[in-house]
Structures are given as structure tokens and as C-alpha cells.
Design a binder for this molecule. Structure first.
Ligand code: SAH
Length: 366
């Protein structure tokens, strides 16, 4: 059978896998067994799945496969950060980044090829957008990273946390992202706790409300500005979902969980959003929302006019927020030497929006 016609089991969440086995006349527990082989032992080859009957193994070889994205290259930063470029198809590549820290290892994964939003300070945005990632392309990033780092059994895993902070807007690829998240949390698959999986959104309000209905992972919101005037400009999605609605959706997300907080990301852009007034306005805005603020030093990329605020400015901004009672940390820039830092992920995108073309020829001004 042609490989393209085979079912890629990485595309199925547990419920999907149970349905798949039931169609084959098998019991649902086969789903648990196969999930463990794939995600806990990193096994792709059905012949090695020794607790399946011989006839089932033969059937699976015929009709199914475990096909993660292909790793094209690996880049290691002097600070321990690793970036992988993964090939999805002839025209599209994405990037996945592993960030080791003393007490955790975080994998930053992508959800789309490029991004349809147009945040002014983000290099993924400059690439334009091609398509959503499939479930196998999302969960496959964990699978490939685990393989590449040579760790399979749970206790040896280096990946303790996942952040959906790579390329793309995860809430605009809702269904696939939710399925992939369910595999991250599923005990038979990666078994991570919901506190260790963070979805970051630029503020797609209706999808934030939907997310609450189906999942309870940690939420990070790319705020970047304390008022609509500025946010309309640097995060154009704000024109559709202004700050007031965004804040309401944030409150709603954590409403029935007293100890939870929303993480607000705030990129530090020199002379744009880094004044004392901005800090005071931000503190006021977040006063009634259980929150943590993550200040992100702006990472430059080719052809950007923005610059990162000075360290003194960032520290002063942080101090205002802390004085107002907000938990605030400045995110350390990691993997800069391999273009793996926030907003630097570019991959290779066949841009269907032609944004890059228009921009390069001076068509886009704003
Ligand atoms: N689309 C989602 C997921 C991307 S997360 C979102 O917007 O939240 C990546 C984070 O890095 C976001 O907070 C994004 O705003 C921030 N970012 C983008 N470009 C950046 C840059 N050049 N320097 C620093 N942070 C950047």
C-alpha cells in the first residue's frame, strides 16, 4: 500500500485510536498499548510491539504507520538550547526548540506553518502563512525531540514542560492543537500535568472561551501593550478583540480555579511600550486578574525597525510592576546564537498570503 494512504497513528488521540481499533474488531485497550509503545518507548516499528498479536501486527504494518516529521538539521547553542528544523513536506519546514534549565526542560513547539496574524515585532509574521499543522506534526515535534535527545523511558525524559510558543497561533488551529494537547496530558502517552503545558495566544477571544470548555492547560497571553491604541498597532488582532474583551476572556478562563494565574507576555520595545506610564497602565489593567507578567526582551531579526529596550529600562519597568504587587520576571533570552529565541523562528514557509512579497516590494507600509 502507498505510504500516503496509510493511517498515521500520530494523527489520532486516544479516542481516535480506540475507534480505529474497534473498526478492526479489536478491544479498546489496544489503544493504551499502542500509545505506550509510541510515546513512552519511542517505537515506530509494529513488529517490535510485542504485546500485540502477530495477526494484529501484520494488519497494522499493512494499513498504518507511525510517521513523525523528518528532522533536517539540529543546531546547538552555547547555552544548551537546541533547535531542530523539521521538514513537513516538500515546501514547508518548522522549527522546534528545547530550552534546558536547572529545574526543568522546556520544549517550545509550533502549531502552524508561518502565522496568519501580523504582529509587528515577530519574525514568524514576516514569513506569512501557509497552513495548519496536523496532529502528527504537532505531537511529532515531541516525539522527534525525545528521539534526538536519546531519551525514552519516562524517568529519563528531559522534556518536563511544553510551551505552544513556537511558530503560529495555536488557537487558530484549534481542533488539531486540542488533540495534540490531549496526547501530552494522556497518561498512556506523555502524561504531563496540565500545569506543565502552556498555550500562548495573541488573544483570539472566542477560541479562548472554547478552550476553557475542552481543556485546562495553562494559558499565556501575548499582551505587549496596556491600551488599545498601541495594541491595535503592534498586535493588529486587537482591532477585532480589544483589550476589554481579552481581559474578560482571561478572567473567565481561570474563574473556577482559585489558585490559577494567567501569564501575560510583554515584549520590551524601545520607545514604543517601555515607559513608566506604560508600566503603571499595565499594573492598573492587571490589578483584578490573578496574573504573572513575563517581560520578553525584544529579539531583533532582519529588516525590523524595532529595538530592544535597554536593560535599565527593562529593570525599571519590572520594578514598577513589582511595586504594584505583580509577580514579574524578565525572560532570559536563550538560543540567540542559533536564531532560536522568541520571535526568531522562521522555518521555511511557502507563503500563501504573499505577505513577504508585498512587504519586500514596499507594498505594506502601516
Ligand atoms: N501566536 C502565539 C504563540 C507565539 S508565542 C502568541 O502570540 O502568543 C511567542 C511569543 O514570543 C509571543 O508572546 C510573541 O509575542 C513573542 N515574540 C514574538 N516576536 C518576538 C520578538 N521578536 N522578540 C521577543 N518576543 C517575541
Amino acid at each position: 500500500m502507498d505510504s500516503n494512504l496509510k493511517v498515521n497513528l500520530l494523527d489520532l488521540d486516544k479516542a481516535g485510536l480506540e475507534a480505529f481499533f474497534s473498526e478492526l474488531g479489536e478491544k479498546p485497550f489496544r489503544a493504551s498499548q499502542v500509545l505506550k509503545w509510541i510515546y513512552q518507548f519511542g517505537v515506530r516499528d509494529f513488529n517490535s510491539m510485542s504485546n500485540l498479536s502477530k495477526s494484529l501486527r501484520e494488519k497494522l504494518i499493512e494499513i498504518a504507520e507511525v510517521r513523525p516529521p523528518e528532522m533536517l538539521s539540529e543546531h546547538r547553542s552555547h547555552d544548551g538550547t537546541i533547535k531542530w528544523v523539521l521538514k513537513l513536506d516538500e515546501k514547508n519546514c518548522i522549527e522546534t526548540v528545547f530550552i534546558p534549565e536547572a529545574d526543568r526542560g522546556t520544549l517550545c513547539i509550533s502549531s502552524q506553518v508561518g502565522c496568519a496574524l501580523d504582529c509587528r515585532f515577530c519574525s514568524t509574521a514576516q514569513q506569512g502563512f501557509n497552513r495548519n499543522l496536523t496532529v502528527s506534526e504537532i505531537i511529532g515535534q515531541l516525539w522527534v525531540a525525545n528521539q534526538a535527545m536519546g531519551c525514552q523511558p519516562r524517568e529519563q525524559r528531559m522534556i518536563s514542560n511544553i510551551v505552544l510558543m513556537g511558530m503560529g497561533e495555536p488557537l487558530l488551529n484549534f481542533d488539531n492543537v486540542i488533540k495534540a494537547i490531549s496526547l501530552m496530558l494522556e497518561d498512556d502517552a506523555y502524561g504531563l500535568s496540565k500545569r506543565r503545558v502552556t498555550l500562548s495566544t495573541s488573544g483570539v477571544v472566542p477560541a479562548m472561551n472554547r478552550l476553557k470548555e475542552v481543556s485546562d492547560v495553562s494559558l499565556a497571553v501575548s499582551l505587549h501593550a496596556p491600551n488599545d491604541e498601541l495594541r491595535n498597532e503592534i498586535v493588529p488582532l486587537n482591532q477585532k478583540y480589544p483589550i476589554k474583551e481579552l481581559m474578560q476572556a482571561c478572567k473567565n478562563y481561570i474563574a473556577d480555579e482559585p489558585r490559577r494565574k494567567i501569564t501575560f507576555e510583554y515584549v520590551m520595545l524601545e520607545g514604543i511600550n517601555d515607559s513608566r506610564q506604560d508600566a503603571l497602565a499595565l499594573a492598573k489593567l492587571l490589578k483584578n486578574i490573578p496574573s504573572k507578567v513575563n517581560l520578553i526582551p525584544f529579539n531583533p531579526f532582519p529588516n525590523t525597525n524595532y529595538r530592544c529596550s535597554s536593560q535599565e529600562k527593562i529593570d525599571a519597568f519590572r520594578d514598577v510592576l513589582i511595586a504594584k504587587g505583580l509577580t514579574t520576571i524578565t525572560r532570559k533570552t536563550r538560543g540567540e546564537d542559533i536564531d532560536a529565541a522568541c520571535g526568531q523562528l522562521a522555518g521555511q514557509v511557502m507563503d500563501r498570503t504573499k505577505r513577504k512579497l508585498r512587504r519586500d516590494s514596499g507594498g505594506i507600509t502601516r
